[in-house]
Design a binder for this molecule. Structure first.
Ligand code: NBG
Length: 864
């Protein structure tokens, strides 16, 4: 560590952060009459030269060619699809910037209360198509690039996904940014600019998942603006010393200092000028490298220090619902929250209001516990730098933050070892202890003598080592806490935060059911369906895409045969599009006359991909025993899986291997291959989801009851007209239970079943012979490598924490009901239309408005 200590800084008090005035948020001075003075030169000359958004095809092609010649430094006749994508992206970016600047200017002028969404993950996917839709310029660009000899589809296909997220939590953050801008709300996102996003998934010849890095920035990223002038110094390690002068103040000095540099990503709203910002931080060494080592001739040491600074934002942690005690991850969390808070504070100070009014201007949403360090960090700033008394600081903090919980799985609740925190963030650990002391004193006051309760509620979990319970810190440091679906929010209140509800009162705890953006998940990925909806409803998509409840007007059309026919034909074309994609990328030929059945999500035991693959094997074995006549009556099915497993999650990876190897046998078997096909599509991503979802006839959401907080792919699948299977109570409430296929045990039964598994286990042969048979076939080597799968099969045979043996029979029965329902195509299409029509509630516009009104207390701002 000595290589990155700057001896000159040891013992010195922290220098207040300084900031140089930058590109946005600047207002011109006014003269005596209040009129704005143009800072330099002739105002008219400036104004005449200023550009607006290009809306004419000729100005679009001009800007495109201009970028080819200048930004790309290429000859116009020397352009491939990638170059064309870059030129198109740069010219679209110019348009976005016009709106982005105006939005920033107006926010600065009006100084409304703003909300900030702190998320360690933003799974954005591709940008160009979304930007074109939101700007309302898709037709003009298509025409323009066609004139230049390109097709817009080919150009769009060149873009690499921005995959800075693991799954639902990160994609939710991206949907919320889209909705904030579309609803004209002053919301910014703050995250990290990982050099490598979620790993690329490859499948080995044996069927194992392999991971390769995702160098998404290699081709340059036209959607980000490096803001080298917006930077903050962030400290790690060092010493914290209390001043001991009767105030709660302390100094924190020494250690390592690194720079956080901003990269801005424009977030355009749909059919509005509002263009918000997503600010991503990159870490850099404070000085090119450590001068002390360099001067002492220790060149490697000098480089090491700079590498250690740059490493902070080098990679997204690919974990999903698993705890990770890694120091670098904690560093990421602090680096990002500290930089974001410094930036938010600077912006607030520009308004010139007293610090006690901070919560009147700022709401900060904590996306899960990852940004919880923002709570002690704001306390540190208020106390040590702003000289506020403890109670004032705590008052400000607890009126600023809001915390969303995204899981009740115990293994996913973040905890950090106290020794690690003390080492990395000594001042924050002091503050956490102080918060805990005062908190436990007030608990003791309300529940005198209840020592158990104090132990349960303490921010510090006893043990070796002691650990900081981040969810509890997030809870007590926030103004409100919410879960992400009705049932999940109830579980939060009655299980993991039960004691806190009893102590703080129920009104602090709420629910905001997740939502998805209909722009991407209906219009962009399913353009034909989108235009059918617009023409049928005789409503411009600009209207219904921003008010999804309008889809309800589709209900009467369930009785319109011509409409149903077109509805079904679009599904068929989407299936062919997927088949074409699989053919060109993987070389498989898919039967598009079969039902397409998909399960697409992270691989995890609780999501029960295992139940699905064992169900597929059961189906295969059943088919094998059928006569030719019986086979004629079977509904052909193609089953698709896609999803990544955390690299260290052995059982999840084994599930992938089983799926791949079962697919090999089934797809080659002449007895069954016309009736059952199985594919594992590697490297699941937002872009792959955009092809898969519109093509699916049925999607599987089959997690053990009570374990999936909300799910969002269920909403996407239902929105692009299809049916959900499994325990999606809220969706069923909206679309009607007859349009969802339910099976299995419900949440209240889970605990008791698990108890029975542990204390009164019934052999699986007795309890569920059908499942036992499937397991035995796998064990016997029907799909090769018999012994390899034993650890996976044993999770079911012993303990069966996720209740496969309890739910298997009813799962198989539900699949049979799906087959039967599918045979009546008229009714099936009607179900599908009804489902889409009733999905209005699940728009992320509804969700973001709930946050804005009931949590953040912010208002929409019309950008003139
Ligand atoms: C996930 C839940 C999903 C939910 C998303 C978004 C985490 C920790 N949780 O059910 O498992 O849809 O969050 O809320 O990633």
């Amino acid at each position: 560590m000595s290589t990155f200590i700057d001896p000159k800084s040891i013992g010195k008090p922290v220098r207040p952060r300084r900031h140089v005035r930058t590109l946005t948020g600047y207002l011109p001075e006014t003269d005596a009459s209040g009129k704005e003075k143009w800072p330099r030169g002739e105002e008219k000359v400036w104004k005449d030269a200023m550009r607006d958004v290009d809306t004419e095809v000729t100005s679009i092609t001009k800007s495109f060619v201009n970028h080819v010649q200048t930004s790309l430094a290429r000859q116009p006749y020397n352009l491939d699809n990638l170059g064309a994508y870059q030129a198109a992206a740069l010219s679209v970016r110019d348009n976005l910037l016009v709106n982005w600047n105006e939005t920033a200017l107006q926010y600065t002028r009006k100084a409304p209360k703003r909300a900030y969404y702190l998320s360690l993950e933003f799974l954005m996917g591709r940008t160009l198509d979304n930007a074109l839709l939101n700007l309302g310029l898709k037709d003009q660009y298509s025409e323009g690039v066609k004139k230049l000899g390109f097709s817009v589809e080919d150009i769009l296909d060149q873009e690499r996904d921005a995959a800075l997220g693991n799954g639902g939590l990160g994609r939710l953050a991206a949907c919320y940014l889209d909705s904030s801008a579309s609803q004209e709300l002053p919301v910014w996102g703050y995250g990290l600019r990982y050099k490598y996003g979620i790993f690329q998934q490859l499948i080995s010849p044996a069927g194992d998942q392999l991971e390769a890095p995702d160098p998404w920035l290699d081709n340059q990223n036209p959607w980000e603006l490096p803001r080298l002038d917006v930077s903050y110094e962030i400290r790690f390690y060092g010493q914290a010393e209390r001043l001991g002068d009767g105030t709660p103040r302390a100094t924190w000095s020494g250690g390592q200092e690194v720079l956080a540099v901003a990269y801005d990503v424009m977030i355009p709203g749909c059919y509005t000028k509002t263009t918000n910002n997503l600010r991503l931080w990159e870490s850099k060494p404070k000085r090119g490298f450590d001068l002390n080592s360099f001067n002492a001739g220790n060149y490697e040491g000098a480089v090491e220090a700079s590498n250690s600074a740059a490493a902070i934002t080098s990679v997204l942690y690919p974990n999903d619902h698993t705890t990770f005690g890694k120091e670098l991850r904690l560093k990421q969390q602090y680096f990002w929250t500290a930089a974001s808070l410094a930036d938010i504070l600077r912006r607030f100070k520009n308004i010139g209001k007293p610090i006690t009014e901070f919560p009147d201007y700022v709401a900060i949403q904590l996306n899960d516990t990852h940004p919880t360090l923002a709570i002690p960090e704001l306390m540190r700033i208020l106390i040590d730098e702003e000289d506020q008394p403890w109670s004032t600081a705590w008052q400000i903090v607890t009126n600023t933050f809001f915390y969303t919980n995204h899981t009740v799985l115990p293994e996913a609740l973040e905890k950090w070892p106290v020794p690690l925190m003390e080492h990395l963030l000594p001042r924050h650990m002091q503050i956490i202890y102080d918060i805990n002391l005062l908190f436990l004193q007030s608990v003791e006051k309300k529940f005198p003598g209840d020592r158990d309760r104090l132990g349960r509620m303490s921010l510090i979990e006893e043990g070796f080592p002691k650990q900081v319970r981040m969810a509890y810190l997030a809870c007590i440091g926030s103004r409100k806490v919410n879960g992400v679906a009705e049932l999940h929010s109830d579980l939060v209140k009655t299980t993991i935060l039960k004691d806190f509800v009893e102590f703080e009162g129920i009104s602090k705890f709420g629910n905001v059911t997740n939502g998805i953006t209909p722009r991407r998940w209906l219009d962009q990925c399913n353009p034909e369906l989108s235009s059918l909806i617009s023409s049928t409803l005789k409503v411009d998509k600009a209207v219904w895409l921003k008010d999804l409840t309008r889809l309800e007007a589709l209900l009467p059309f369930t009785e319109d045969e011509a409409f149903r026919k077109e509805w079904a034909a679009i599904k068929q074309r989407n299936k062919e599009r997927l088949a074409h994609h699989v053919q060109t990328t993987l070389g498989f030929t898919i039967n598009t006359n079969a039902m397409f059945d998909v399960q697409i999500k992270r691989l995890h035991e609780y999501k029960r991909q295992t139940l699905n693959i064992l169900g597929v094997i059961h189906r295969y074995l059943t088919l094998k025993n059928m006569s030719a006549a019986e086979k004629k009556k079977v509904n052909p099915r193609v089953v698709f899986f896609a999803g990544k497993a955390a690299p260290a999650y052995y059982i999840a990876k084994l599930t992938i291997r089983l799926i791949v190897n079962v697919a090999r046998i089934i797809n080659e078997d002449p007895d069954t291959k016309d009736l059952l096909q199985l594919y594992f599509l590697p490297d699941y991503s937002v872009s792959l989801a955009e092809v898969l979802i519109p093509a699916s006839d049925i999607s599987q959401h089959i997690s053990t009851a009570g374990t999936e907080a909300s799910g969002t792919s269920n909403m996407k699948c239902s929105l692009t007209r299809m049916l959900v299977d499994g325990a999606n109570i809220e969706i069923a409430e909206e679309v009607g239970e007859s349009n969802v296929f339910f099976f299995g045990h419900l949440t209240p039964a889970v605990e008791d079943l698990r108890y029975q598994h542990t204390y009164h286990p019934t052999p699986i042969e007795e309890k569920c012979p059908a499942l036992a048979n499937v397991l035995n076939q796998v064990s016997a080597g029907l799909f090769g490598d018999a012994h390899v799968y034993e650890p996976l099969l044993n999770t079911i045979r012993q303990g069966d924490h996720y209740l496969l043996s309890d739910d298997f029979d009813s799962y198989i029965a539900a699949l049979a009901m799906v087959d039967e329902a599918y045979l009546d195509q008229t009714e099936w299409v009607k179900k599908s239309i009804r489902t889409t029509a009733k999905m209005g509630k699940f728009s992320s516009d509804r969700a973001i408005n709930e946050y804005a009104e009931s949590y953040w207390n912010i208002e929409a701002q019309k950008i003139a």
